[in-house]
Design a protein around this ligand. Structure first.
Ligand code: G6P
Length: 610
């Protein structure tokens, strides 16, 4: 989703801004632009498509200068065109970059048009530029102009603003969309996330909701909060494993991230397992008290994270005896939920900045939940800061838009939660068996990844297909949903995940030789039922691709069935393991189809608007 980079330095910032935009490419976008202050005038380039297109403009006509703002746009209001790309200018008096949505822009636009301002884009953002210009014309400072304008804006925003009236100043503001300040030596930066600025600093200030910040020449940083009070925010040093945000020898980030899973799962477990269980303290000092008051759980998430929540429902109910509800954030936030006593509110999010998940957490705060737990991959993110307790998933930066290692480490975290809440319920032997299975999980995952060549060969069968069906039962139903989501996200093949028992209530009508059906078949209590469901597919001429335990006895002697065997694993952890071949399958199908694997069309990594 839209990315912002800004800099005020004592050197040329064009290269810093461009590199920042490249590092934000993973968020998903469709056009890019940059404005730099050159000899006290705003100079700008904008281009549709990749940052490389903007780079070409800069090669032809560089934008030298010591202060600038830059942006990658993910279209919401108006098509991806150069005119709609940011920065937006007003009469060369103001330049603005914006992430978020100004919900009351139509009314503001009418007023500004009546005052004689001409709009050159279809965006909501342009109203901000003109409003600021109107304020500046009244003689206020840029900081005051932004402060007053913000009071008139409804919706969500992260902003970067410049004006030739104060050529060595950049103003930033955040309300509902992420923005960090990069602290340099005698220079200062803004960005949508720290990854964009790691080439220039590893020190960051995470702005709070409602904060307004002024960056000035010389590294001067001044923050005021939503009450208008000057505040000092802590400076955090970003801990960052070398190479974590580069592809290394892999063709795509997604493939690299799939293969990182054994290592990051190990990291996610580090220091959190006891000998025969998971101490509640693994979730922080406040967790034991909170867990003791927890009688049920409400899980909220979006996209892939939502699927992790669905798996966790099976685990928490079976192994911890805790009733669980799971819902997508965009629905929950507009419901009127009835909250049972002792309900813990759990959010799952890779980024910790997903607008709907954050809004759901804020909405939940007034509803009487016993407390909130965030399971998240980004320390310092809004979700982590605003939750009562948080467990980090330690997956490291995930760059591919399609989530892989973030999902499996969320599952690890959710299994830890299951074990922590189930301490008094499950038998010691049962807990110890699961703890041991977790300890060997990284090695078992490594064995599954050895199937890569076989899965690549299997992918050939999908390259020409337009639809696919994924089936699973029990905790593997969400695995089927996730498999289908991965395939549609990156290969653009229409795919649906179904609980196999529902096949005959609709999807069976679609099954023929053109509809590949993928199933996950671990050796669990539902295996025989699943096998009957798979027979229903074969009887209709469907092509079956089954990922199964050794010895589950699925007959693959005929051409209509292909079976790939996975190593055995504790039944509870099978959903995690069976996710890996489905990730590899979508990856190889997408490569065969020649799509943009890491940045699929129309999608964003971090969905910071509603
Ligand atoms: C976007 C991403 C997905 C992700 C979802 C939720 O749709 O493309 O990969 O699962 O947002 O993101 P979160 O950061 O909250 O897990």
């Amino acid at each position: 989703m839209c990315g912002i980079v800004a800099a005020v330095a004592q050197r040329n910032v064009e290269g810093i801004l461009l590199e920042g935009l490249k590092r934000l490419e993973y968020r998903g976008y469709d056009s890019a632009g940059m404005t730099v202050m050159h000899r006290d005038a705003l100079t700008r380039h904008r281009a549709v498509g990749k940052v490389a297109a903007l780079e070409e403009c800069l090669t032809d006509a560089p934008l030298p200068g010591r202060a600038g703002i830059a942006h990658t746009r993910w279209a919401t209001h108006g098509k991806p065109t150069a005119a709609n790309a940011h920065p937006h200018h007003s009469d060369d008096q103001v330049a603005v970059v914006h992430n978020g949505i100004i919900e009351n822009f139509e009314g503001l636009k009418r007023e500004l048009e009546a005052d004689g301002y001409t709009f050159t884009s279809q965006t909501d953002t342009e109203v901000i530029a003109h409003r600021l210009a109107a304020m500046l014309a009244e003689g206020v400072t840029l900081f005051e102009a932004v402060q007053q304008t913000l009071g008139t804006l409804g919706g969500a925003y992260a902003l970067g603003v410049m004006s030739p009236q104060e050529p060595d100043v950049v103003i930033g503001a955040r309300q509902g969309s992420p923005l960090v300040v990069g602290v340099g030596i005698d220079e200062a930066f803004l960005a949508s996330d720290p990854l964009a600025l790691l080439q220039v600093t590893d020190r960051f200030i995470y702005l709070e909701e409602g904060d307004l910040v002024e960056l000035k020449d010389g590294g001067h940083i001044c923050i005021i909060d939503r009450q208008g009070q000057r505040v000092e925010r802590p400076v955090h040093t970003f801990e960052y494993a070398d190479g974590a945000a580069s592809k290394g020898d892999y063709r795509h980030f997604m493939l690299k991230e799939i293969f990182e899973q054994p290592a990051v799962i190990r990291t996610a477990l580090e220091g959190r397992l006891g000998k025969t269980g998971v101490p509640a303290e693994s979730f922080g000092p406040d967790a034991p008290g909170l867990f003791a008051r927890t009688r049920q759980i409400q899980i909220i998430a979006c996209g892939t994270s939502y699927h992790a929540g669905l798996v966790a429902r099976y685990w928490l109910e079976r192994y911890a005896g805790v009733p669980v509800q799971v819902e997508v954030a965009s629905e929950f936030r507009y419901r009127h939920p009835v909250v049972a006593d002792g309900t813990l509110f759990v959010t799952l999010s890779q980024s910790g900045e997903t607008a709907d998940t954050l809004a759901a957490l804020r909405f939940a705060k007034g509803l009487g939940y016993v407390g909130s737990l965030a399971i998240c991959n980004v320390p310092g993110s809004s979700l982590v800061r605003e939750s009562d307790i948080a467990l980090m998933t330690h997956a490291g930066p995930e760059i591919g838009v399609a989530s892989t290692k973030a999902f499996t480490t969320q599952l690890v975290a959710l299994m830890l939660l299951t074990l922590a809440l189930g301490r008094d319920r499950a038998s010691g032997d049962e807990q110890a068996a699961m703890v041991n299975a977790l300890k060997t999980l990284p090695d078992t995952c490594r064995q599954v990844l050895l199937l890569d060549d076989d899965i690549e060969a299997l992918a050939q069968a999908f390259a020409e297909k337009r639809h696919a069906l994924f089936l699973g039962r029990g905790a593997h139903f969400p695995v089927a949903l996730e498999g289908a989501l991965k395939l549609k996200e990156i290969s653009y093949i229409h795919a649906e995940g179904y609980p196999a028992g529902e096949l005959k209530h609709g999807p069976l009508a679609l099954v023929d030789s053109d509809m590949p059906v993928i199933s996950v078949a671990p050796n669990d209590a539902l295996l025989e039922k699943l096998k009957s469901n798979l027979q229903e597919v074969r009887a209709r001429g469907g092509q079956l691709f089954v990922f199964a335990d050794e010895g589950v006895g699925i007959d693959d002697s005929d051409d209509d069935v292909q079976v790939l065997h996975l190593p055995g694993v504790h039944e509870a952890l099978a959903p995690l393991l069976y996710t890996l071949p489905l990730q590899l399958l979508s990856y190889h199908v997408a490569v065969l189809k020649g799509t943009d694997v890491d940045q699929p069309r129309n999608l964003a990594k971090s969905v910071t608007v509603e």
